[in-house]
Design a protein around this ligand. Sequence first.
Ligand code: ATP
Length: 449
Amino acid sequence: MPIIHIGLDSHDTPKGGCTTHFSILLIKELLKLGVEFIDYPNLIRLNPSIPWKTRGNGAVVLRLKVPENKLAEVLDIAKNLSKEYTGKEYFKYRQPGLAVYIGKDIPHQLRVLYRKALTDVVPLDVALSIASKVGVKILVPKTHRGLVGAISSIGALQDLREDYTFELLAYRSRDYVGLRQRLIDKESVKQVELEYRDTLFNNYDFEFDEAVITPHGPDPVLFGLRGNDPEVLVKALSKIRVLEPISAWCIFRSNQATDAHLVYRRISELRPYQTCMVKATVVSKPEAIKGGHVRLMISDGSGKIYAYFYEPTSTLRKITLKLIPGDQIIVGGSVRPPSRSHPYKSINVEKLVIEKIVDTILRNPKCPRCGKTMKSAGRNKGFKCPKCGYKSNMLSKIPIKISRDVRPGIYTPPIRSMHHLSKPISRIKHENTGHRIKLIDKWCEITSL
Ligand code: ATP
């Protein structure tokens, strides 16, 4: 039976709709046809710094086995349903993407394209040219920008082997879509996160005592529960007290919470909107600037750049204020282009690794004759005492231990201000690896969509 990969993107607008919600409608129709899903629907997040994204720059890929004689029907259903979903008034200026690859193994070029879309900016014509080379079918007009996400997310399959997570997304019933508040008992979210803390993550922000599973907009998502294990997500779902109807839920496999977007780059190579990890030395004292932000000049030998820690990064910002020149750090984030208010390129930091801190400083020696701190007598000329005039080129600087209120380690912002792709500290050494995906019996329930 042929295997097909259906990539979807941009089936959402700030006024309503959501690509994952559209994918549920499509799954419902495909299940009626008797196809076999070989993977959970993939929720693939792409470059988080793309300025034209609506929310989290998410695309969805459905991977399934389809009987040869139903292949054409599957493509028709996808195409027609997409047209219907995006035909609404508020979709007028959207450019939804829908692309299909037929084949068991994903071509290498698609994998490369995915990595580019995850970490950089991909022009539409580049995505289309790769699609045409490897035989990806395009089911919407080729001018649609949503095709960048639809095509490149298909290529995520191999990279998911290195690490992946799950998100159980629950959807509102039609009568409730549009009401800003989601009727969920926050305390039950806290209890569930505590009960399954070994595998759930980023559902409750204990620092700010806040449940972070619900969006706030007019989209049909009721909440999303994130974790490492699909079985636990289903158990957790039954324990969340939900005070409005759930019309459907589905478990997605995802690159969320894996740091997949953070790639090492040199400062001299950084281009606007790229994601990056930069290994550098602090070269200036941190400065607290207007708006509660902090900035720091860093250098890696290839160049210097300001790293910005914005106010919502909270704890991360506070730690940064304790850094001093000479500290060795790694910053992860994305490149902000120069603008009128920021005339130079900078890094928006979302993760800080402090590798090595300065713990000794060198001080000029004391004068052996009068005890006053000496001054340099010039390059390679030793020291001279400003009080008694004593001179010596036998003396050298004295190392002095300093106490620091900061330790080497990995620092992230509070959960409520984390990007979807950012890996929480609790997932370190709990990565999901491998490619044998066995779907649990019930990974999706659609009642009244
Ligand atoms: P949601 O999270 O609700 O799905 P979204 O944030 O994904 O919304 P979209 O409407 O899908 O918002 O907008 C993202 C747009 O950016 C899409 O058109 C997608 O094809 C495009 N895109 C995604 N990644 C890149 C990239 N790396 N380079 C260029 N365009 C991209």
